[in-house]
Write a protein that binds this ligand. Structure first.
Ligand SMILES: [Zn+2]
Ligand SMILES: [Zn+2]
Length: 327
């Protein structure tokens, strides 16, 4: 957050397709992409970037570099309900008067807008139940209270972006495919004639996994099924939510599968001794690299893997306070 101020940048990646690279205030994730695709006398905006003090200026700057104006947005489509992908939707929709289309499973993000304290309370309850000791819990609660949500206002989509919904552009129609896992609201958009895929955070050029835990039954299992869905599409170019476009889509799908396998193996291994809590599994795997900053992230990912191992019959949940796990 003390890093130098980055500015929004725009570039044409194909005729009628523009990458809008927008800065983020997060350590390790310096920017995200929104994609503008020409449609009639304007364009469809896929994702919006995070909302913060300079975020609209950055979006307009990126658009201007492509000779586009925010007023010519004909539709906003969001791949999923994370602040770096839909944070600015409310502002754009209000200013331009266009519609927002998005998947209906945006419970977590909507709750973060309406009642952030309730989201924090639920996280703390999950952490306590997972065996996190009182002292780090208390520090986490204090620290989290100060972070910005990065979202301009309530999410109110005019249309539910479920599988089969199509979006018209000058490049032809884009078809929505539900791809939950990274988030329950995640959708990829595929343009079949050109085999282009707007992949959000489901597939990224630099493979990194994140599962929103606690808002769907089994995010890791859902993510693996979503990889199958996308593999069948046979995309040749991926327009991802972060980083550059990439062409070796199949290799990226395989890379995601093997990384999930690797993580499941680590969690499995951590269950071979005694009946650990999820927090003890985290400390067994991540030990020294566990910090206040990554604790929530590592815990929710580990809970995701434990839930998938349970679904596969390779782990058993032992109810109690705290909950424990056995191989
Ligand atoms: Zn995301
Ligand atoms: Zn993202």
């Amino acid at each position: 957050m003390t890093s130098k101020r980055e500015l929004g940048r725009g570039e044409r990646v194909l005729p009628g397709v523009y990458r809008l690279r927008l800065p983020l205030p997060w350590p390790g994730v310096p920017h995200c992409n929104a994609w503008a695709v020409s449609a009639g006398d304007g364009f469809v905006l896929f994702d919006t970037g995070w909302h913060g003090p300079d975020s609209m200026a950055n979006l307009e700057r990126a658009l201007a570099m492509c000779d586009l104006r925010i007023e010519d947005t004909r539709l906003v489509v969001c791949t999923h309900a994370h602040s770096d992908h839909c944070g600015q939707a409310a502002t754009i929709v209000e200013r331009v008067g266009c519609e927002l289309w998005m998947h209906p499973s945006h419970e977590l993000m909507s709750q973060m807008v309406a009642d952030p304290d309730a989201v924090l309370a639920r996280r703390l309850e999950v952490a306590r139940q997972s065996g996190v000791p009182e002292e780090p819990l208390r520090r986490y609660a204090e620290q989290r209270g100060t972070s910005e949500p990065g979202i301009a206002g309530p999410i109110a989509p005019e249309k539910e972006l479920v599988s089969g919904v199509t979006i018209g552009t000058d490049l032809g129609e884009w078809v929505a495919y539900e791809t939950p896992g990274h988030a329950p609201s995640h959708v990829c958009l595929f343009q079949p004639e050109r085999r282009l895929l707007i992949s959000g955070d489901h597939l990224l050029g630099r493979i990194s996994l994140y599962f929103e835990f606690g808002y769907s039954p089994n995010p890791v299992g859902e993510f693996l099924s979503s990889l199958d869905v996308v593999e069948r599409l046979g995309a040749r170019l991926c327009l991802a939510g972060h980083g550059r476009t990439f062409t070796d889509v199949h290799a990226h799908i395989e890379g995601n599968r093997s990384l999930v396998e690797e993580h499941l193996g680590q969690v499995s291994q951590a269950l071979t001794d005694g009946e650990p809590t999820a927090f003890e599994v985290v400390t067994r795997i991540h030990g020294d690299s566990l910090s206040q900053q990554n604790a929530h992230w590592l815990l929710s990912q580990t809970l995701g893997y434990l839930t998938q191992l349970e679904a596969l019959g390779n782990a058993r949940r032992i109810p109690g306070e705290p909950e424990r796990w056995a191989a």
